[in-house]
Design a protein around this ligand. Structure first.
Ligand code: CUA
Length: 375
C-alpha cells in the first residue's frame, strides 16, 4: 500500500473514531436511561448488541481460520485442485438453525417490552404538540378537561410517575424523542399518539425532533425537567401565580415595563398569548392557547427559548438578556424560519428601536419567575 493510501486510511479511521465518540458524548444519550421505559429499551439494545458482538467474533474467527488453514502453500501444485463439492447439508443446517434460535430468543425478549411500552401509566397526562419548529406542552392539572398550564420547550414532569403523553402535530410529521426517558414517537397531523415517559431521578434531560420537518428541524429541541413531587407542586403553583400576576398586576405607568407592555400589545399579541393580560388574536385565551406561537405567560420560568436553542439564564443565574434581546430584534437571524408562512418569528430589526427593545425585554422580565430546577 502506498504512503498516500495509508495516510488516507489513518484519516478515515480517526474520523470514524470521532463520529463514534459523538454518539455517546452529546446531550442526547440513549445509553443512560433514567426511566423504566428507557431502561427496558436500553436492556434490549444491550442484549441484542452483545449477541451481535458474539456472532461477529465467531464469524470473523471462522473467516480468519479458513483463510490461514486453507491458503495455498509454496509446495502446492497449482493444477492440483481440492475436491470439488456441491452443497453441505451439515453446514447449511448449522447456519440456518443457529440464527433461528438466536432470533426466537430475541423475539421472546422483545415482545413483552413492546407491549409494556404501549401501555398507559397512572400519572398525569400532558398534551404534546409539535409544530414548525418548537414543542408545546399543555397540562390539565385538575382534570376538568381544560388546560390549566401551557408551556413551550420545557416539559416539566414529576419524578417516579408514569407520565402519559398525547402527541399531536399541528402541521407536518415530527418525531418526539427524549432518549433518557423513552424511545421515539412520531407526531402525525390528524392523529393522536399515546406515549409514556418517566424519570426515577430529578434532572434535565434533552430531547429533539427526530423526523425531518423542514428548515429548522435541527433547531426543534426540548428539555424534560424532572422534579421531585414536592418541587413539581411548587412549579404548578408558580405557573398559577404567573398567570394571576399577568392578569392582575399591570406595570406602573411611565416605567420601561409599561412602555414594553404597550409595544407587546402592538407587535406581539397577534401570535403570542399572555394569559389574562393579552388575549390572542387567534381566538381569546380559552385554554391559554394561541395556536401560532408560544404562550408567554411564564416565559421567565422556562430554562430555554426559541425551540430550546438558547438558555434563558446564564450559568451565573442572571437572565440571558443579550440573546433574548437579539431574539426579539431579529429572530430569523438566530433560528432560520419562514415567518412569511407563519413558521417562526418575524424580523423586527427595522421596526423596533434600541429603546423599544430595552422596554420590551423589561416587560418580558415581568412574565413569571425563575424556573424551579431539579435538586
Ligand atoms: Cu420537527 Cu423535525
Amino acid at each position: 500500500m502506498g504512503g498516500f493510501a495509508r495516510r488516507w486510511r489513518l484519516v478515515a479511521l480517526a474520523l470514524l473514531g470521532l463520529i463514534a465518540a459523538g454518539c455517546a458524548t452529546g446531550r442526547l444519550d440513549a445509553t443512560k436511561p433514567v426511566g423504566e421505559n428507557a431502561q427496558q429499551i436500553d436492556g434490549l439494545m444491550r442484549l441484542s448488541g452483545w449477541m451481535a458482538v458474539g456472532v461477529g467474533i465467531l464469524v470473523a474467527a471462522a473467516v480468519v481460520t479458513i483463510i490461514v488453514k486453507f491458503r495455498a502453500k509454496p509446495t502446492d501444485d497449482p493444477d492440483d485442485l481440492p475436491p470439488q463439492i456441491h452443497g453441505n447439508r451439515k453446514a447449511e443446517l448449522t447456519w440456518t438453525i443457529i440464527p433461528t434460535i438466536l432470533l426466537i430468543f430475541l423475539t421472546v425478549y422483545t415482545l413483552p417490552t413492546v407491549f409494556a411500552l404501549a401501555s398507559q401509566g397512572d400519572g398525569i397526562t400532558i398534551k404534546v404538540e409539535g409544530q414548525q419548529w418548537w414543542w408545546q406542552f399543555s397540562y390539565d392539572i385538575d382534570e376538568d378537561g381544560q388546560y390549566d398550564i401551557v408551556t413551550a420547550n420545557d416539559l416539566v414532569i414529576p419524578t417516579g410517575e408514569e407520565i402519559n403523553l398525547e402527541i399531536h402535530s399541528n402541521d407536518v410529521i415530527h418525531s418526539f424523542w427524549i432518549p433518557q426517558l423513552n424511545g421515539k414517537k412520531d407526531a402525525v397531523p390528524g392523529r393522536v399518539h399515546d406515549w409514556r415517559i418517566s424519570s426515577n431521578e430529578p434532572g434535565i434531560f434533552y430531547g429533539e425532533c427526530v423526523e425531518f420537518c423542514g428548515l429548522s428541524h435541527a433547531n426543534m429541541q426540548m428539555r424534560a425537567i424532572a422534579l421531585d413531587p414536592d418541587d413539581f407542586d411548587r412549579w404548578v403553583q408558580q405557573q398559577y401565580d404567573g398567570q394571576t400576576q399577568a392578569r392582575d398586576v399591570a406595570p406602573a405607568e411611565g416605567t420601561p415595563e409599561a412602555a414594553g407592555a404597550t409595544l407587546f400589545e402592538t407587535h406581539c399579541i397577534s401570535c403570542h398569548v399572555v394569559d389574562g393580560a393579552y388575549e390572542s388574536a387567534a381566538g381569546g385565551n380559552a385554554n391559554l392557547l394561541s395556536g401560532l406561537a408560544p404562550n408567554l405567560t411564564n416565559l421567565m420560568g422556562r430554562t430555554a427559548f426559541a425551540g430550546a436553542l438558547y438558555d434563558t439564564y446564564l450559568p451565573d443565574g442572571s437572565l440571558n438578556i443579550a440573546e433574548l434581546r437579539e431574539w426579539v430584534r431579529n429572530a430569523p437571524n438566530m433560528k432560520p424560519a419562514r415567518a412569511d408562512n407563519q413558521q417562526g418569528m418575524l424580523d423586527f430589526s427595522e421596526v423596533l428601536t434600541d429603546q423599544d427593545l430595552d422596554n420590551l425585554v423589561a416587560f418580558l422580565k415581568t412574565l413569571g419567575s425563575p424556573p424551579v430546577l431539579p435538586q
